[in-house]
Ligand binder design. Structure first.
Ligand code: ZN
Length: 465
Protein backbone atom coordinates (compact mmCIF):
# COMPACT_ATOMS: atom_id res chain seq x y z
CA UNK A 1 0.00 0.00 0.00
CA UNK A 2 1.24 3.49 -0.78
CA UNK A 3 -0.74 5.17 1.96
CA UNK A 4 -0.20 4.16 5.62
CA UNK A 5 -3.23 3.29 7.71
CA UNK A 6 -2.54 6.30 9.96
CA UNK A 7 -3.97 8.36 7.15
CA UNK A 8 -7.22 6.48 7.48
CA UNK A 9 -9.62 8.19 5.04
CA UNK A 10 -7.19 7.88 2.13
CA UNK A 11 -5.94 4.44 3.16
CA UNK A 12 -9.57 3.24 3.22
CA UNK A 13 -10.19 4.38 -0.34
CA UNK A 14 -6.91 2.97 -1.58
CA UNK A 15 -7.33 -0.48 -0.04
CA UNK A 16 -10.86 -0.89 -1.41
CA UNK A 17 -9.70 -0.03 -4.87
CA UNK A 18 -6.48 -2.06 -4.88
CA UNK A 19 -8.01 -5.15 -3.29
CA UNK A 20 -10.72 -4.92 -5.99
CA UNK A 21 -13.76 -5.02 -3.72
CA UNK A 22 -15.76 -2.54 -5.78
CA UNK A 23 -15.34 -0.28 -8.78
CA UNK A 24 -16.27 3.28 -7.86
CA UNK A 25 -16.28 4.60 -11.39
CA UNK A 26 -19.95 3.84 -11.98
CA UNK A 27 -21.50 7.08 -13.25
CA UNK A 28 -24.12 7.51 -10.51
CA UNK A 29 -22.89 9.15 -7.32
CA UNK A 30 -23.09 6.87 -4.30
CA UNK A 31 -23.57 3.72 -6.35
CA UNK A 32 -20.71 1.36 -7.06
CA UNK A 33 -20.12 -1.93 -8.83
CA UNK A 34 -19.43 -4.93 -6.64
CA UNK A 35 -16.44 -6.79 -8.12
CA UNK A 36 -16.15 -10.60 -7.79
CA UNK A 37 -13.91 -10.58 -4.71
CA UNK A 38 -15.97 -7.98 -2.84
CA UNK A 39 -19.23 -9.65 -3.81
CA UNK A 40 -17.98 -13.04 -2.56
CA UNK A 41 -17.23 -11.45 0.80
CA UNK A 42 -20.67 -9.85 0.93
CA UNK A 43 -22.33 -13.10 -0.13
CA UNK A 44 -20.51 -15.06 2.56
CA UNK A 45 -21.97 -12.65 5.10
CA UNK A 46 -25.42 -12.99 3.48
CA UNK A 47 -25.16 -16.77 3.65
CA UNK A 48 -24.49 -16.52 7.35
CA UNK A 49 -27.54 -14.25 7.77
CA UNK A 50 -29.63 -16.90 6.01
CA UNK A 51 -28.29 -19.65 8.22
CA UNK A 52 -28.58 -17.88 11.55
CA UNK A 53 -32.01 -16.33 10.96
CA UNK A 54 -33.36 -19.65 9.68
CA UNK A 55 -32.08 -21.29 12.85
CA UNK A 56 -33.97 -18.62 14.76
CA UNK A 57 -37.25 -19.47 13.00
CA UNK A 58 -37.32 -16.76 10.36
CA UNK A 59 -38.28 -17.37 6.72
CA UNK A 60 -36.83 -15.59 3.71
CA UNK A 61 -39.10 -13.55 1.43
CA UNK A 62 -38.67 -11.09 -1.39
CA UNK A 63 -40.86 -8.00 -1.71
CA UNK A 64 -41.01 -5.69 -4.76
CA UNK A 65 -38.71 -2.70 -4.98
CA UNK A 66 -41.48 -0.17 -5.64
CA UNK A 67 -43.92 1.06 -3.01
CA UNK A 68 -47.05 3.10 -3.84
CA UNK A 69 -47.06 6.62 -2.41
CA UNK A 70 -50.40 5.87 -0.72
CA UNK A 71 -48.90 3.00 1.30
CA UNK A 72 -45.64 4.83 1.88
CA UNK A 73 -47.41 7.73 3.55
CA UNK A 74 -49.54 5.81 6.06
CA UNK A 75 -47.33 6.13 9.16
CA UNK A 76 -46.83 9.84 9.79
CA UNK A 77 -43.62 9.82 11.81
CA UNK A 78 -42.01 7.25 9.53
CA UNK A 79 -42.68 9.26 6.40
CA UNK A 80 -41.58 12.56 7.97
CA UNK A 81 -38.26 10.90 8.84
CA UNK A 82 -37.66 9.50 5.38
CA UNK A 83 -39.39 11.64 2.77
CA UNK A 84 -36.36 13.79 2.03
CA UNK A 85 -34.26 10.69 1.36
CA UNK A 86 -36.40 8.77 -1.12
CA UNK A 87 -36.23 8.41 -4.87
CA UNK A 88 -39.53 8.73 -6.70
CA UNK A 89 -40.71 6.97 -9.84
CA UNK A 90 -43.20 9.32 -11.45
CA UNK A 91 -43.60 8.12 -15.03
CA UNK A 92 -44.22 4.92 -16.98
CA UNK A 93 -42.68 5.85 -20.30
CA UNK A 94 -44.06 9.31 -21.08
CA UNK A 95 -47.25 8.77 -19.04
CA UNK A 96 -47.38 10.23 -15.54
CA UNK A 97 -48.35 7.52 -13.03
CA UNK A 98 -51.70 7.84 -11.22
CA UNK A 99 -49.99 6.87 -8.01
CA UNK A 100 -46.33 7.79 -7.69
CA UNK A 101 -43.95 5.02 -6.58
CA UNK A 102 -41.07 5.08 -4.10
CA UNK A 103 -37.86 3.06 -4.42
CA UNK A 104 -37.85 1.30 -1.05
CA UNK A 105 -35.64 3.09 1.51
CA UNK A 106 -36.48 0.14 3.86
CA UNK A 107 -39.49 -2.16 3.54
CA UNK A 108 -42.00 -1.47 6.32
CA UNK A 109 -44.32 0.34 3.94
CA UNK A 110 -44.06 -2.42 1.32
CA UNK A 111 -44.60 -5.29 3.75
CA UNK A 112 -47.16 -4.11 6.24
CA UNK A 113 -50.17 -3.71 3.90
CA UNK A 114 -49.61 -7.42 3.15
CA UNK A 115 -49.17 -8.27 6.83
CA UNK A 116 -52.68 -6.94 7.38
CA UNK A 117 -53.92 -9.54 4.85
CA UNK A 118 -51.74 -12.41 6.09
CA UNK A 119 -52.42 -12.06 9.78
CA UNK A 120 -55.95 -13.05 10.81
CA UNK A 121 -55.84 -14.86 14.14
CA UNK A 122 -53.44 -15.57 17.01
CA UNK A 123 -52.60 -18.81 15.17
CA UNK A 124 -50.84 -16.72 12.50
CA UNK A 125 -48.45 -15.32 15.11
CA UNK A 126 -45.60 -14.92 15.61
CA UNK A 127 -44.72 -14.01 12.02
CA UNK A 128 -40.97 -13.82 11.37
CA UNK A 129 -39.54 -13.01 7.94
CA UNK A 130 -36.41 -11.49 6.46
CA UNK A 131 -35.10 -10.38 3.10
CA UNK A 132 -31.73 -9.46 1.62
CA UNK A 133 -32.24 -6.72 -0.97
CA UNK A 134 -31.03 -3.38 -2.22
CA UNK A 135 -32.55 -0.23 -0.73
CA UNK A 136 -32.17 3.34 -1.91
CA UNK A 137 -31.49 6.52 0.03
CA UNK A 138 -30.90 9.88 -1.53
CA UNK A 139 -27.92 10.78 0.69
CA UNK A 140 -27.04 14.43 0.56
CA UNK A 141 -23.90 14.14 2.66
CA UNK A 142 -20.55 13.11 1.24
CA UNK A 143 -20.75 9.50 0.08
CA UNK A 144 -18.24 6.89 1.21
CA UNK A 145 -17.92 3.30 -0.04
CA UNK A 146 -19.94 0.79 2.06
CA UNK A 147 -20.54 3.45 4.73
CA UNK A 148 -22.67 6.11 3.13
CA UNK A 149 -24.04 5.10 -0.26
CA UNK A 150 -27.24 5.68 -2.20
CA UNK A 151 -27.89 2.08 -3.19
CA UNK A 152 -27.40 -0.08 -0.13
CA UNK A 153 -27.07 -3.85 0.05
CA UNK A 154 -29.39 -4.47 2.98
CA UNK A 155 -30.61 -7.15 5.35
CA UNK A 156 -33.92 -6.63 7.15
CA UNK A 157 -35.98 -8.87 9.38
CA UNK A 158 -39.55 -8.07 10.41
CA UNK A 159 -41.53 -9.81 13.10
CA UNK A 160 -45.10 -9.54 14.41
CA UNK A 161 -46.26 -10.80 17.80
CA UNK A 162 -49.43 -11.06 19.83
CA UNK A 163 -48.22 -9.23 22.92
CA UNK A 164 -45.75 -6.54 23.92
CA UNK A 165 -43.94 -9.10 26.11
CA UNK A 166 -43.45 -11.40 23.13
CA UNK A 167 -42.06 -8.56 21.03
CA UNK A 168 -39.68 -7.70 23.89
CA UNK A 169 -38.61 -11.35 23.94
CA UNK A 170 -37.87 -11.02 20.20
CA UNK A 171 -35.70 -7.95 20.86
CA UNK A 172 -33.64 -10.01 23.32
CA UNK A 173 -33.36 -12.79 20.76
CA UNK A 174 -32.27 -10.27 18.10
CA UNK A 175 -29.49 -9.13 20.41
CA UNK A 176 -28.40 -12.76 20.80
CA UNK A 177 -28.39 -13.16 17.00
CA UNK A 178 -26.36 -9.97 16.67
CA UNK A 179 -23.76 -11.30 19.11
CA UNK A 180 -23.28 -14.33 16.87
CA UNK A 181 -23.01 -12.17 13.73
CA UNK A 182 -20.43 -9.90 15.37
CA UNK A 183 -18.37 -12.91 16.43
CA UNK A 184 -18.50 -14.39 12.95
CA UNK A 185 -17.22 -11.10 11.53
CA UNK A 186 -14.77 -10.54 14.42
CA UNK A 187 -16.22 -7.09 14.99
CA UNK A 188 -16.18 -5.39 18.39
CA UNK A 189 -19.16 -3.17 19.26
CA UNK A 190 -21.10 -1.44 22.00
CA UNK A 191 -24.88 -1.56 22.27
CA UNK A 192 -26.72 1.68 22.90
CA UNK A 193 -30.29 2.80 23.12
CA UNK A 194 -30.80 5.72 20.76
CA UNK A 195 -31.84 9.06 22.20
CA UNK A 196 -35.51 9.71 21.59
CA UNK A 197 -34.86 12.32 18.89
CA UNK A 198 -32.50 9.94 17.11
CA UNK A 199 -34.57 6.72 17.03
CA UNK A 200 -35.79 5.16 13.79
CA UNK A 201 -38.76 7.13 12.45
CA UNK A 202 -41.91 5.37 13.69
CA UNK A 203 -40.15 3.22 16.30
CA UNK A 204 -41.01 3.06 19.98
CA UNK A 205 -37.29 2.69 20.67
CA UNK A 206 -34.15 1.79 18.72
CA UNK A 207 -30.98 -0.05 19.71
CA UNK A 208 -27.78 0.49 17.77
CA UNK A 209 -24.62 -1.61 17.60
CA UNK A 210 -21.79 0.89 17.25
CA UNK A 211 -18.16 0.25 16.49
CA UNK A 212 -15.22 2.66 16.37
CA UNK A 213 -13.25 3.05 13.18
CA UNK A 214 -9.51 3.84 13.22
CA UNK A 215 -10.32 7.50 12.51
CA UNK A 216 -12.03 7.65 15.91
CA UNK A 217 -15.44 8.10 14.31
CA UNK A 218 -18.18 5.66 15.22
CA UNK A 219 -20.03 3.49 12.73
CA UNK A 220 -23.49 2.09 13.37
CA UNK A 221 -23.35 -1.47 12.04
CA UNK A 222 -26.69 -2.93 13.16
CA UNK A 223 -30.01 -1.61 14.40
CA UNK A 224 -32.79 -3.33 16.27
CA UNK A 225 -36.13 -1.57 16.60
CA UNK A 226 -39.15 -2.05 18.82
CA UNK A 227 -42.27 -0.70 17.10
CA UNK A 228 -44.89 -2.03 19.51
CA UNK A 229 -48.22 -1.16 17.77
CA UNK A 230 -47.14 2.05 15.98
CA UNK A 231 -47.08 0.55 12.50
CA UNK A 232 -49.84 -2.00 13.17
CA UNK A 233 -52.26 0.85 13.86
CA UNK A 234 -51.23 2.75 10.71
CA UNK A 235 -51.48 -0.38 8.53
CA UNK A 236 -54.41 -2.01 10.33
CA UNK A 237 -52.59 -5.24 11.22
CA UNK A 238 -55.04 -6.90 13.61
CA UNK A 239 -55.53 -10.41 14.87
CA UNK A 240 -58.37 -12.29 16.54
CA UNK A 241 -57.49 -13.13 20.14
CA UNK A 242 -58.46 -16.35 21.86
CA UNK A 243 -61.11 -14.48 23.84
CA UNK A 244 -62.84 -13.38 20.62
CA UNK A 245 -61.69 -9.73 20.70
CA UNK A 246 -59.28 -8.10 18.25
CA UNK A 247 -55.97 -6.40 18.92
CA UNK A 248 -53.16 -4.86 16.89
CA UNK A 249 -49.92 -6.88 16.59
CA UNK A 250 -46.60 -5.82 18.16
CA UNK A 251 -43.67 -5.54 15.77
CA UNK A 252 -39.88 -5.52 15.72
CA UNK A 253 -37.25 -5.16 13.01
CA UNK A 254 -33.53 -5.79 12.68
CA UNK A 255 -31.39 -4.14 10.00
CA UNK A 256 -27.81 -4.63 8.80
CA UNK A 257 -26.05 -3.64 5.62
CA UNK A 258 -22.86 -3.52 3.57
CA UNK A 259 -21.54 -1.23 6.31
CA UNK A 260 -20.36 -4.48 7.89
CA UNK A 261 -17.90 -4.81 5.01
CA UNK A 262 -16.75 -1.23 5.63
CA UNK A 263 -16.17 -2.11 9.28
CA UNK A 264 -14.18 -5.25 8.40
CA UNK A 265 -12.03 -3.28 5.96
CA UNK A 266 -11.38 -0.43 8.39
CA UNK A 267 -10.97 -2.30 11.64
CA UNK A 268 -8.87 -5.31 10.63
CA UNK A 269 -6.80 -3.91 7.76
CA UNK A 270 -3.15 -2.83 8.10
CA UNK A 271 -0.38 -1.18 6.10
CA UNK A 272 -0.23 -4.14 3.74
CA UNK A 273 -3.95 -4.17 2.97
CA UNK A 274 -7.05 -6.06 4.03
CA UNK A 275 -7.13 -8.67 6.78
CA UNK A 276 -10.30 -10.74 6.43
CA UNK A 277 -11.59 -12.91 9.28
CA UNK A 278 -11.29 -16.59 8.23
CA UNK A 279 -14.95 -17.38 8.93
CA UNK A 280 -16.14 -15.17 6.09
CA UNK A 281 -13.04 -14.83 3.90
CA UNK A 282 -13.70 -15.48 0.17
CA UNK A 283 -10.40 -17.39 0.17
CA UNK A 284 -9.23 -18.84 3.47
CA UNK A 285 -5.98 -20.37 2.25
CA UNK A 286 -3.95 -19.46 -0.79
CA UNK A 287 -1.40 -21.98 -2.03
CA UNK A 288 1.70 -20.44 -3.59
CA UNK A 289 4.12 -22.90 -5.20
CA UNK A 290 7.72 -21.71 -5.00
CA UNK A 291 9.05 -22.78 -8.36
CA UNK A 292 12.76 -22.58 -9.01
CA UNK A 293 13.49 -26.10 -10.13
CA UNK A 294 11.42 -29.29 -10.30
CA UNK A 295 8.44 -27.30 -11.57
CA UNK A 296 6.36 -30.35 -12.49
CA UNK A 297 6.78 -32.11 -9.16
CA UNK A 298 6.03 -28.99 -7.13
CA UNK A 299 2.92 -28.12 -9.12
CA UNK A 300 1.74 -31.68 -8.83
CA UNK A 301 2.20 -31.59 -5.06
CA UNK A 302 0.50 -28.17 -4.79
CA UNK A 303 -2.47 -29.55 -6.73
CA UNK A 304 -2.61 -32.53 -4.38
CA UNK A 305 -2.70 -30.20 -1.38
CA UNK A 306 -5.45 -28.16 -3.00
CA UNK A 307 -7.52 -31.33 -3.48
CA UNK A 308 -6.95 -32.33 0.14
CA UNK A 309 -8.07 -28.96 1.47
CA UNK A 310 -10.96 -28.29 -0.88
CA UNK A 311 -13.62 -30.37 0.89
CA UNK A 312 -13.05 -28.41 4.10
CA UNK A 313 -11.88 -24.92 3.19
CA UNK A 314 -12.19 -22.15 0.63
CA UNK A 315 -8.81 -22.61 -1.00
CA UNK A 316 -7.12 -21.18 -4.07
CA UNK A 317 -4.05 -22.45 -5.86
CA UNK A 318 -2.15 -19.57 -7.43
CA UNK A 319 -0.33 -21.40 -10.20
CA UNK A 320 -0.11 -18.40 -12.53
CA UNK A 321 3.02 -18.69 -14.61
CA UNK A 322 4.08 -15.12 -15.20
CA UNK A 323 4.31 -13.87 -11.63
CA UNK A 324 7.06 -14.33 -9.06
CA UNK A 325 6.22 -15.76 -5.62
CA UNK A 326 7.07 -12.35 -4.14
CA UNK A 327 4.49 -10.65 -6.33
CA UNK A 328 1.89 -13.23 -5.35
CA UNK A 329 2.63 -12.82 -1.62
CA UNK A 330 2.11 -9.08 -2.00
CA UNK A 331 -1.18 -9.49 -3.83
CA UNK A 332 -2.74 -12.00 -1.44
CA UNK A 333 -1.65 -9.97 1.57
CA UNK A 334 -3.34 -6.97 -0.01
CA UNK A 335 -6.50 -9.04 -0.42
CA UNK A 336 -6.34 -10.14 3.20
CA UNK A 337 -6.29 -13.94 2.75
CA UNK A 338 -5.85 -15.29 6.32
CA UNK A 339 -3.37 -18.08 5.56
CA UNK A 340 -0.72 -18.60 2.90
CA UNK A 341 0.66 -22.05 2.21
CA UNK A 342 4.03 -22.19 0.46
CA UNK A 343 5.58 -25.26 -1.04
CA UNK A 344 9.04 -25.26 -2.64
CA UNK A 345 11.85 -27.69 -3.47
CA UNK A 346 13.20 -27.76 0.09
CA UNK A 347 9.71 -28.42 1.51
CA UNK A 348 9.26 -31.23 -0.96
CA UNK A 349 12.53 -32.73 0.19
CA UNK A 350 11.59 -32.43 3.88
CA UNK A 351 7.99 -33.56 3.34
CA UNK A 352 6.67 -30.31 4.81
CA UNK A 353 4.87 -27.08 3.91
CA UNK A 354 5.25 -23.51 5.15
CA UNK A 355 2.24 -21.67 6.59
CA UNK A 356 2.21 -17.87 6.99
CA UNK A 357 -0.40 -16.04 9.06
CA UNK A 358 -1.80 -12.80 7.64
CA UNK A 359 -2.54 -11.30 11.08
CA UNK A 360 0.92 -11.77 12.68
CA UNK A 361 3.12 -12.79 9.68
CA UNK A 362 4.32 -15.74 11.77
CA UNK A 363 5.92 -18.44 9.61
CA UNK A 364 5.37 -22.08 10.54
CA UNK A 365 7.11 -25.13 9.06
CA UNK A 366 4.91 -28.14 9.42
CA UNK A 367 5.11 -31.77 8.28
CA UNK A 368 2.72 -33.10 5.65
CA UNK A 369 1.18 -35.49 8.19
CA UNK A 370 0.08 -32.72 10.51
CA UNK A 371 -0.56 -29.74 8.25
CA UNK A 372 -4.32 -30.27 7.85
CA UNK A 373 -4.90 -30.24 11.57
CA UNK A 374 -2.58 -27.24 11.98
CA UNK A 375 -4.52 -25.24 9.37
CA UNK A 376 -7.75 -25.81 11.30
CA UNK A 377 -6.09 -24.60 14.50
CA UNK A 378 -4.51 -21.57 12.87
CA UNK A 379 -7.69 -20.36 11.18
CA UNK A 380 -9.46 -20.56 14.51
CA UNK A 381 -6.62 -18.69 16.22
CA UNK A 382 -6.55 -15.97 13.57
CA UNK A 383 -10.30 -15.47 13.91
CA UNK A 384 -9.98 -15.13 17.69
CA UNK A 385 -6.89 -12.96 17.53
CA UNK A 386 -8.56 -10.48 15.15
CA UNK A 387 -11.51 -10.07 17.46
CA UNK A 388 -9.32 -9.80 20.57
CA UNK A 389 -7.05 -7.22 18.97
CA UNK A 390 -9.96 -5.15 17.64
CA UNK A 391 -11.82 -5.36 20.94
CA UNK A 392 -8.77 -4.04 22.80
CA UNK A 393 -8.29 -1.18 20.33
CA UNK A 394 -11.93 -0.20 20.62
CA UNK A 395 -11.97 -0.29 24.43
CA UNK A 396 -8.95 2.02 24.50
CA UNK A 397 -10.97 4.58 22.55
CA UNK A 398 -13.83 4.70 25.08
CA UNK A 399 -13.01 7.24 27.79
CA UNK A 400 -14.80 9.05 30.58
CA UNK A 401 -14.86 12.82 30.58
CA UNK A 402 -16.09 15.55 32.92
CA UNK A 403 -14.97 18.48 30.81
CA UNK A 404 -16.81 18.95 27.52
CA UNK A 405 -13.93 20.93 26.00
CA UNK A 406 -11.82 17.75 26.14
CA UNK A 407 -14.60 15.71 24.54
CA UNK A 408 -14.23 17.83 21.43
CA UNK A 409 -10.68 16.58 20.85
CA UNK A 410 -11.27 12.94 21.76
CA UNK A 411 -11.03 10.38 18.95
CA UNK A 412 -13.50 7.72 19.93
CA UNK A 413 -16.42 7.50 22.33
CA UNK A 414 -16.58 9.99 25.22
CA UNK A 415 -18.60 8.83 28.22
CA UNK A 416 -20.40 11.82 29.70
CA UNK A 417 -22.93 12.11 32.52
CA UNK A 418 -26.24 13.45 31.31
CA UNK A 419 -29.56 14.08 33.07
CA UNK A 420 -31.45 12.60 30.12
CA UNK A 421 -33.34 15.76 29.12
CA UNK A 422 -33.53 16.58 25.44
CA UNK A 423 -32.49 20.17 26.10
CA UNK A 424 -29.24 19.19 27.86
CA UNK A 425 -28.67 16.50 25.22
CA UNK A 426 -28.73 19.00 22.39
CA UNK A 427 -26.49 21.36 24.41
CA UNK A 428 -23.92 18.57 24.83
CA UNK A 429 -23.99 18.01 21.08
CA UNK A 430 -23.64 21.69 20.35
CA UNK A 431 -20.75 22.31 22.75
CA UNK A 432 -18.77 19.26 21.66
CA UNK A 433 -19.63 19.47 17.97
CA UNK A 434 -20.46 15.75 18.20
CA UNK A 435 -23.53 13.57 18.57
CA UNK A 436 -25.00 11.57 21.38
CA UNK A 437 -24.82 8.22 19.63
CA UNK A 438 -26.84 6.61 22.40
CA UNK A 439 -27.17 5.52 25.98
CA UNK A 440 -25.35 2.37 27.10
CA UNK A 441 -26.61 0.03 29.80
CA UNK A 442 -23.77 0.99 32.14
CA UNK A 443 -24.59 3.50 34.85
CA UNK A 444 -22.23 5.94 36.57
CA UNK A 445 -23.08 8.34 39.37
CA UNK A 446 -22.23 11.94 38.57
CA UNK A 447 -23.72 15.25 37.56
CA UNK A 448 -25.14 16.28 34.20
CA UNK A 449 -22.41 18.02 32.19
CA UNK A 450 -24.85 20.83 31.39
CA UNK A 451 -27.33 21.45 34.22
CA UNK A 452 -25.41 19.90 37.11
CA UNK A 453 -28.29 17.71 38.21
CA UNK A 454 -27.33 14.44 39.90
CA UNK A 455 -27.73 11.49 37.55
CA UNK A 456 -26.49 7.98 36.91
CA UNK A 457 -27.23 8.10 33.17
CA UNK A 458 -24.29 8.38 30.80
CA UNK A 459 -24.33 9.35 27.16
CA UNK A 460 -21.90 8.06 24.54
CA UNK A 461 -20.72 11.12 22.67
CA UNK A 462 -18.87 10.70 19.37
CA UNK A 463 -18.56 11.76 15.79
CA UNK A 464 -20.54 9.19 13.79
CA UNK A 465 -20.11 8.40 10.10
ZN1 ZN B 1 -29.08 18.19 32.37
Amino acid sequence: MDIPKDNFPEWYNEVIERAKLVDKRYPVKGMHVWLPYGWKLMRNIDEYFRKIFTEHNHEEVYFPLLVPETDFKKEGEHIRGLENEVYWVTHGGATPLDVKLVLRPTSETAMYPLFSLWIRTHADLPLRIFQIVNVFRYETKQTRTFIRVREVHFFESHTAHATAEESEEQIRENIEIWKKVAKKLALPYVLVKKADWDKFPGAHYSIGAETIMPSGRTLQIATIHQYLQNFAKAYDIKYLKEDGTHDYVHQTTFGMSERLVGAIVGIHGDNRGLVIPPEIAPIQIVIVPIIMKEKERILEEAKKIEDELKPYYRVYLDDRDNYTPGYKFYEWELKGVPLRLEIGPRDLENNQVVLVRRDTFEKINIGREEYMEKIGELLKEIQENLLRRAEKEMREKIKKFENLEEVKEHKGIAVVNWCGSEECGHKIEELTDKKIIGIPQEKRKGICAICGKETDIVAYVAKPY
